[in-house]
Design a protein around this ligand. Structure first.
Ligand SMILES: [Zn+2]
Length: 193
């Protein structure tokens, strides 16, 4: 786990994240969390994308098994349970507020983007809207930082301690070319737009 400043992502990291997302990863500023095998589980993205778009979600969960586990927990109404916990436990609510402020501080240490000032992720500081975002924050900042993200990871059938990574095919030379080609094609499309 890590918080900014991040070490630069490797070319292989970028290829894995692109495979996880199903599109070329853009504006990656680091890999804040990894599987025990070393594959990225969370990607950190620049607060302003290279095309100028503000991007509030600094910590984004990319691992396919982890995202599926969070979707399952959302379907199982864990967000409702967590919302009730926030309403009934002032200590949890205060910790969640601190997590929100820490999230903003981490992001603003990379770049301050006025359009997204005060906006973090996942529903923080008072709501629970996306377990993927909150789990990504917990995986990056470590246990004890985001109480709702911690609960989501505790309930999850996935853990970074047990590798369940698929074969992303990133060590295949042809796939490397594919990623580069599509990136160039997208850039050309944007340039024309
Ligand atoms: Zn793994």
């Amino acid at each position: 786990m890590s918080r900014p400043p991040f070490e630069p992502a490797s070319e292989r990291d970028i290829r894995i994240v692109s495979a996880q997302l199903g599109r070329p990863a853009r504006d990656v500023v680091g890999i804040p969390a990894r599987c025990v095998c070393g594959a990225p589980t969370v990607v950190a993205t620049a607060p302003r994308l290279s095309d100028g778009t503000p991007f509030p979600t600094l910590y984004y969960l990319t691992h396919p098994v982890a995202t599926a586990a969070m979707s399952f927990l959302e379907a199982a109404q864990l967000m409702v349970e967590c919302t009730e916990l926030l309403a009934s436990d002032p200590e949890v609510a205060a910790a969640y507020e601190r997590a929100h402020l820490d999230y903003l501080a981490d992001r603003e240490s990379i770049a301050v983007v006025p359009e997204i000032a005060g906006i973090s992720a996942g529903g923080m500081p008072t709501r629970v809207k996306c377990l993927h975002s909150l789990a990504a924050h917990s995986l990056s900042a470590g246990p004890g930082e985001n109480p709702i993200g911690d609960i989501a990871l505790e309930r999850s059938t996935w853990t970074p301690e047990v590798c369940r990574c698929p074969d992303y095919g990133v060590d295949d030379v042809d796939d490397v070319d594919d990623v580069d080609d599509s990136d160039d094609a997208d850039a050309a499309t944007e340039a024309r737009a």
